[in-house]
Write a protein that binds this ligand. Sequence first.
Ligand code: SIN
Length: 504
Amino acid sequence: MQETKTGVLVVGAGIAGLAAAFAADRAGADVTLATKAERPEEASTWWAQGGIAVTRDDPEQFAADIRDASAGTADPDAVEVLVENATDAVRDVLIDAVGIEFDTNGDGYDFGREAAHDEPRILHVDAQTGKHIHVPFLNYVADETDITIREDTAALELVRHEGKVYGAILERDGDWAPTFAGATILATGGVGALYPRSTNPDDATGDGIAMAALAGADVADMEFVQFHPTACHTDEGTFLVSEAVRGEGGVLRNGDGERFMPEYHPDAELGPRDVVARAVRSERDASGEVRLDVSGFDFAEQFPGLAAKCEGHGVDWESGIPVAPAQHFLCGGVAVDDRGRSSLDRLYAVGECSRTGVHGANRLASTSLLEGLVWGLRAGEDAVGHPVERIEPPELLERDPDLPANFAREKFRRLRRVMDQQVGIERTSEGLRRAQGVLRRLKGEVDAYVRTRTSRSLYELRSASVVALLIARAAAENDESVGCHYLADADAAAADEQVPAESP
Ligand code: SIN
């Protein structure tokens, strides 16, 4: 592979990476977009169902919904950036430039409603919005811009020196070389591969977060791993059952057929996602199963794609869709400002691998595509104009063909088990302490291999082990249950404190 140079290097081709590349290209930069994906469905964007929220008549209410869903922890300035730019970004880029046709009804756009939104404000295409955005956006970038797209190409390491990033080492087919860039934008998505059940594609190994953290960039809010309340797990795999189904009137029932959500939250099925996810888990534990009852409306008519998916997975949705929580989104990531700038010079992060402050401890539904789009555009524009400088790149070791075939598989299995059991939807201080011990040992074993070999799967494993440890450590350092970070023992201790002392 040849050493190359580019004005702006974007790593990752979900909505955030595409938006960043689009904006940098529009601002006149020479842009390279590197993605380890070979097919669109390897990006989380493709899998998004519900849609993309926009600002309608009441921006302040939209901002308030985001802050409330985050239990008051979202950064109000970041929320304002999102809300103020939402409608223009969606209209100018997705509708006018890319030509996406969101669903309409007789009155115009058919705005959908999801949990914790005060009003219907979600643009969607059926409940398969992700792929209807991702594929045309990819095609637009490929056909209508000068962006160089390098598929099946992973970033292994950042090229850096003294707090400044000069590009990245890119790998394809076991061969690698540096690409030097005036600015590098990470858009590598989430961390679904760290958990046994996730709504993300398998490739979501947290590469961007790990590369940035190893280069010394600040990360934040790593303990806030969001679990979606309604995923359907079958022998065929896990698939998401969009919150939009509850927005249309889907009702959660336990194994005894009882509707339970009104006991957990005044907004019942449309309560904040973390509350609904824990309730589903607890009712499953107590009664054996939870089903999403869709008999109150015409499910097949309103959600044809989901109805077909249920049928394809052998799920008889007419008797209620069996659901359970699954890992869905990481609210934290590489700490960035309102233009996606990280703490390292010339390094940006956008989309799920970043932490903008918009989500705080818990993300409001249908704001992830929006955040990726808005911050992608802002970062892409900001990243233009830096000189491309060459420095001595880090030396990676020759590929060793003797890497044991089962090595990555076995380590991933161990990592997922500990993340599921100790760093999942419900945590305890003791469990987090034990998890850190296991993860530290595992990372040590992986690092020993990385010191002697180079391969994409090994680097993905390294990313996963670095990010798992960051999550476990952040969770252990936060002794307050808030949003997606729920400490069962802290809750029990707080309940004990509230028991009135017996009178003497
Ligand atoms: C969903 O459709 O339920 C997912 C939407 C989101 O995660 O924002």
